[in-house]
Ligand binder design. Structure first.
Ligand code: SIN
Length: 291
């Protein structure tokens, strides 16, 4: 916790799920928060892992300015439409606003996000958090699902936790992209993020709590035959995402949702075929190596 008032004292919090996540009401994020309120939001983020703010109609600049309070931002690397170099635009529409066909290459990034993952786990310095703004949201589909890897770790037996000590996963974005049609991505882009190793269990610096650290971007487990490693990761992700552990967010227009990539898995539940879905995301860069 940071100095000063605790999040409970300062903010109106409502749980999103019995195990993690909170909605914060009563803030207008278009304008800078004073330091005490910002610190309370930061404490809430570190404690609850997923935060929802409703009715935040932010410009990209306001979105970026709010995000920057949490740390440096990642720049968008891939040739996905990016109205601002810190904004990752996730949209199922073309430049004229028409919903893209199912096989359109632009849908690749939306489809990759449909697998359970934690953002930028394929980087040597993986993302701390992400902040997603619902610009145009479908009425009854296109939910985003979340699962806490901290809760999942804490629910494991002591023996299981011990068996994971020292294990490492190799995260590779080219691997997760390659599960889909990558014909619209250049080789240079595919090669731009080389594979990296991270531990399967990591510590969450602000709270000192341990959590699993698994992701759909893991291509193999160090020291295990490739297929065995993939099954192992699938089983661990399955453990984290048992239905009773999952918070499913049904979007409302101008929701702003932020999550802690150090200890939360997420996925987009579907890419709507007919309704528009336009989301803008900022990604808060990690503050150093995972261990
Ligand atoms: C993401 O995976 O970062 C975005 C999820 C979503 O579009 O629901």
């Amino acid at each position: 916790m940071s100095d000063g008032a605790s999040d409970g004292d300062m903010l109106k919090l409502k749980p999103l799920h019995p195990l993690f996540g909170a909605e914060i009401a009563g803030l207008d994020l278009r304008n800078p928060l004073d330091d005490a309120t910002f610190n309370a939001v930061l404490d809430a983020f570190n404690t609850h892992s997923v935060l929802l703010f409703r009715n935040q109609e932010l410009s990209d600049k306001q979105h970026v300015d709010f995000s920057r309070r949490f740390g440096e931002l990642e720049e968008t690397t891939f040739s996905i439409a990016a109205p601002n170099r810190y904004i990752y635009r996730l949209a199922n529409v073309d430049d004229d606003g028409n919903v893209l066909e199912m096989d359109a290459v632009k849908r690749l990034f939306l489809e990759v996000n449909g697998r359970w993952h934690t953002d930028s786990s394929f980087r040597a310095n993986p993302a701390l958090g992400s902040i997603l703004s619902g610009k145009e949201v479908p009425s009854n589909e296109g939910d985003t699902c979340f699962a806490s890897m901290r809760v999942a770790y804490e629910a494991m037996s002591e023996g299981r936790r011990k068996s994971l000590e020292g294990m490492r996963g190799v995260h590779n974005y080219a691997y997760s992209l390659s599960l889909f049609d990558t014909s619209g991505v250049t080789q240079e882009e595919m090669d731009s993020v080389p594979p990296v190793e991270h531990p399967i269990v990591r510590m969450h610096p602000p709270t000192g709590k341990k959590s699993l650290y698994v992701s759909g971007h893991i291509e193999r487990i160090v020291g295990m035959p490739v297929e065995e490693g993939r099954l192992f990761v699938k089983e661990l992700i399955g453990w984290c995402t048992r239905p009773e552990y999952v918070y499913t967010h049904r979007w409302q227009q101008h929701d702003l949702l932020m999550w802690d990539n150090r200890c939360v898995l997420h996925r987009a539940s579907s890419v709507p075929a007919k309704q528009k879905r336009i989301m803008h995301r900022t990604t808060i860069a990690g503050q150093g190596p995972v261990e």
